[in-house]
Design a protein. Structure first.
Ligand SMILES: C[S@@+](CC[C@H](N)C(=O)[O-])C[C@H]1O[C@@H](n2cnc3c(N)ncnc32)[C@H](O)[C@@H]1O
Length: 350
């Protein structure tokens, strides 16, 4: 037994205790407007000022400020005053920035609420559907992914597909499958006003939220959302079908691939966005892999196991496994067209 290594491990665990608890504080601060109060102030505020401006009780707010100052997510300015640095303000209040982490905390904390249900599922092998999670998972996922889509979708991923940008500009028909709250659908609709879009998801509350988001964004005339599963959504002759971070959540991804192929127009493309992963487990044992394997344990693997076939690709499937699924569904060509630290982006064609 190496005493030093044991101490390191315990030190790491203390940091992780703090991470789990910070998640709760961050979701509270987001819900109650505490971050926004700090970010919009002219200078540092006392706990009483933050409490008064956000309509909260001072004693709670003081403890919250100290907890997040210790975490490095709020700045203690001395003399009982607190502020957010510019970077902290972006990370905790600017949802247009790819550096915004607030949705990530909301989704991750929601995922941990499934631990009781998963205790049984681990023993029985049964699944736990996406829809069975706390509703913060649906909202948090949208808020977590949207900044990445804003940063990459129309500037990098669409241009990387063969001929699709021109088709979208001229006027194309697009399906966004497993669309959740429709973040990707709406971003595409805003960028390509001559095209029409339909989003499909099996989860009715997500479809309701997506319809509202499209109305709020003023694109409802060209965007519709329908409840449908990836293997039987209606409609054919799509120039582009998008799957954003959802194929691995599905019970039968190969069956979904076959259905996508049958729904494409001649020359149409499938844009498949999946979590970044290498093919070998050993190459994913890093901070990003830690997040994805953990989210996959709590969310994605049980989601797939809850559906027919139960392939359970997991969120770290990697390119080789995804290629098998996509070509197994009948696609003749499959290539990686882009990547970010968090996503692999593929184009599949007949
Ligand atoms: C991780 S979320 C991604 C949502 C959205 N694409 C985004 O990027 O924000 C996965 C989505 O897949 C949906 N989903 C899971 N299985 C599905 C299936 N078999 N058919 C259609 N949608 C499915 C879930 O309801 C959920 O909205």
């Amino acid at each position: 037994m190496n005493e030093e290594r044991l101490n390191e491990l315990v030190g790491q665990a203390v940091g992780d205790f703090g991470s789990i608890l910070s998640g709760g504080l961050i979701v509270l601060g987001d819900r109650l407007g505490l971050f926004r109060t700090l970010a919009t102030a002219d200078g540092p505020l006392t706990s009483a000022e933050v409490a008064e401006r956000s309509g909260c009780a001072e004693r709670y707010v003081r403890e919250w400020l100290n907890g997040l100052s210790a975490a490095g997510y709020v700045t203690y300015a001395g003399d009982g005053e607190y502020t957010l640095s510019e970077e902290q303000a972006i990370a905790f209040t600017d949802e247009s920035s790819p550096a915004c982490v607030i949705g990530g905390f909301q989704a991750m904390l929601a995922a941990t609420r499934a631990v009781d249900k998963l205790t049984d599922a681990f023993q029985t092998g049964e699944g736990l559907g996406w829809h069975e999670h706390h509703h913060d998972l649906f909202h948090g996922t949208e808020r977590f992914f949207r900044p990445g889509y804003i940063a990459n979708l129309t500037t990098s991923w669409i241009p990387a597909l063969d001929g699709i940008e021109d088709k979208l500009t001229a006027g194309a028909t697009v399906a966004d499958v497993g669309c959740g709250h429709g973040a990707s659908t709406i971003i595409l609709a805003q960028a390509y006003p001559n095209s029409t879009f339909v989003g499909y998801d099996y989860h009715q509350p997500s479809i309701d939220a997506a319809r509202k988001a499209a109305a709020d964004a003023g694109v409802s005339n060209r965007v519709s959302f329908e409840v449908a599963s990836a293997k039987d959504y209606p409609g054919t002759n799509f120039d582009l079908v998008g799957f954003f971070d959802c194929l691995h959540d599905m019970g039968d991804p190969r069956g979904a691939a076959a259905h996508v192929l049958s729904s494409l127009a001649p020359g149409g493309s499938w844009l498949l966005v999946e979590p970044f992963a290498n093919d070998d487990v050993a190459d994913n044992l890093n901070p990003v892999g830690r997040v994805f394997y953990s989210a996959s344990t709590l969310i994605c693997t049980p989601a797939s196991l809850s559906q027919e076939v139960g392939t359970a690709l997991g969120a770290q499937a990697g390119e080789a496994r995804l290629r098998e699924v996509v070509t197994g569904g009948g696609f003749g060509s499959f290539r990686r067209v882009a990547e970010t630290p968090f996503n692999l982006v593929f184009e599949a064609r007949a």
